[in-house]
Design a binder for this molecule. Structure first.
Ligand code: COA
Length: 178
């Protein structure tokens, strides 16, 4: 961790705080898609689509299924990540990390790493010791996850689309915390 990272606070948002953060979270998601990230949306999606996504996320936070993290610096909320606690009876040890997003104005300061470290720490606290995620095979996140000790299970070609419509392969990772 470096000096810049120390000026960023990683918070866990409850459902009420998530609702209050929807404008900032929407701005982050819009910025990531506008900058070409394959994170579930296309370049024709609108702010209304992003707001709906975060309202649904707030409902999942309320039900306890999702733990939502926010990274806050002097500019407000500039990053976010989710830990999905798998509810299947035969996977009580597993969680998935999703929507790791840092606003383009706040990247390369260690915020993505700080979000991942906190998500991992919370997973341990919750007794979830097998973590899974997937990401664009060509994105910056792939380097981040490799650097943080995640194992690549493989890449599925054409798994998703880039915001502009091009094919996007997805690389699947896991991290065994035992
Ligand atoms: C992937 C993503 C979350 C990374 O966020 P970030 O805050 O930039 O992440 P970090 O700062 O921890 O690490 C990114 C890089 O910055 C570097 N870095 C970290 N602190 C730094 C500092 N103080 N000065 C310079 N570089 C620094 C890291 O070494 C890393 O370098 P690398 O990409 O060459 O390996 C961000 O790029 C993003 O939101 N992308 C779009 C959305 C996306 O694809 N998300 C993944 C979905 S699964």
């Amino acid at each position: 961790m470096n000096a810049t990272t120390l000026t960023v606070a990683i918070e866990t948002l409850d459902a009420e705080a998530t609702e209050a953060a929807i404008p900032a979270l929407t701005d982050i998601l819009r910025d990531c898609v506008a900058n070409g990230a394959s994170v579930g949306f296309m370049d024709w999606n609108t702010s209304a689509d992003y707001e709906r996504f975060w309202r649904d996320a707030a409902a999942s936070v309320a039900s306890g299924q999702v733990i939502l993290l926010a990274a806050r610096n002097d500019d407000g909320i500039v990053g976010t990540a989710q830990l999905h606690l798998i509810g299947k009876p035969n996977q009580p040890h597993r969680a998935e990390i999703a929507k790791v997003l840092v606003h383009s104005r706040a990247r390369r300061q260690g915020i993505g790493e700080a979000l991942m470290q906190r998500a991992e720490a919370i997973a341990r606290e919750k007794g979830r010791d097998l973590l899974v995620l997937d990401t664009d095979e060509h994105g910056a996140a792939r380097r981040l996850y490799n650097r943080l000790g995640w194992t690549e299970a493989g890449t599925i070609p054409r798994f998703a689309l880039m915001p502009g419509g091009a094919d996007c392969g997805s690389t699947f990772f896991y991290k065994d915390l035992r």
